[in-house]
Design a protein around this ligand. Structure first.
Ligand code: ZN
Ligand code: ZN
Length: 291
């Protein structure tokens, strides 16, 4: 299954309404967001998004922006108190997005052993001293194949998938954002074999794959990952997907999420994977996605 121009024209890339869950959101307890939690809650109530997971950044590398930005007790208190305030209108869950780096795997494992979250996303972000930063990426891609270009990022993502520490793996090809215009997203979509080790690691470790819709509003112009990769995940035995808008601004709450659900449904998924602190569970998709 490939995404054609006609499919793209049908995409619903606006703020969604009437969905059961947005499982990836950043409040002002993340260094790159300015949104108070009540703004998301009010927007969710107004738009008919019945459940949200607050997933502020948790970084372990001292050079990363969220390192020591907001401590666990503060994040937990703010989210739990908001959950109390909004409980009769919106279910608010306490999650986090942990930046995965192989060299900090032991620290992440230790953090997760000591702290209870409702739901966890593991994500690989872009190292400031790595090859994908703006003034370096043009020379880095020179003379390299797509496989060589994505390797540093994808190897880290594969290790994150294999770690089995997370409920879901966030935006697995977020590197697309940093590679355009040097390497366009279509070049990655045309090389699904590059994703296979990551997808197999997710299957082996029982970790869900996230359909992250923030790419729809960024230079990538597509979900992270694209539909064909979600289809391949299912073919390889993947049974759990999540969907999140990864909003950092009030106006991007639930943005593109209708499309994210469609991508998951188009790959054959009938529910989204989630956790509310205890065991893993499934949130059924609304009937309009069951084609
Ligand atoms: Zn992220
Ligand atoms: Zn995020």
């Amino acid at each position: 299954m490939t995404t054609t121009g006609a499919d793209k024209a049908l995409r619903v890339v606006e703020q969604a309404t009437d969905l059961p869950l947005d499982s990836h959101l950043h409040t002002d307890l993340s260094p790159d967001s300015d949104v108070p939690i009540d703004v998301y809650a009010a927007s969710a109530a107004e738009r008919g998004i019945s459940e949200i997971a607050i997933t502020d950044h948790v970084d372990f590398d001292p050079s990363y922006p969220a390192y020591a930005f907001a401590d666990f007790p503060t994040r937990e208190r703010v989210v739990r108190e908001a959950a109390e305030r909004w409980g009769d209108r919106v279910a608010i869950r306490f999650g986090c997005e942990l930046t995965y780096q192989r060299r900090f795997e032991a620290d992440i494992r230790d953090h997760l052993a000591r702290h209870r979250y409702d739901f966890t996303i593991g994500s690989v972000h872009i190292d400031l001293d790595g090859p994908y930063i703006a003034d370096r990426v043009a020379s880095f891609v020179q003379g390299k194949s797509v496989a060589e270009i994505v390797r540093p990022y994808f190897e880290e993502v594969e290790a994150a998938a294999r770690s089995g520490m997370f409920d879901t793996l966030g935006h697995i090809d977020f590197v697309k954002r940093y590679l355009t215009p040097h390497v366009m997203p279509d070049a990655l979509a045309a090389a699904p074999e590059l994703y296979e080790p990551i997808l197999r690691a997710l299957v082996d470790s029982g970790t869900a794959l996230e359909v992250n819709t923030s790419g729809l509003r960024q230079s990538a112009g597509d979900t992270y990952p694209t539909t064909a990769i979600v289809v391949l995940f299912r073919q390889l035995g993947g049974r759990s997907v999540t969907a999140g808008s990864d909003a950092h601004r009030a106006e991007t709450f639930a943005f593109g999420l209708e499309e994210g659900y469609r991508v998951a449904a188009g790959a054959g998924f009938r529910s989204l994977a989630f956790r509310r602190g205890a065991g893993r569970l499934r949130v059924p998709m609304p009937a309009r996605f069951r084609t």
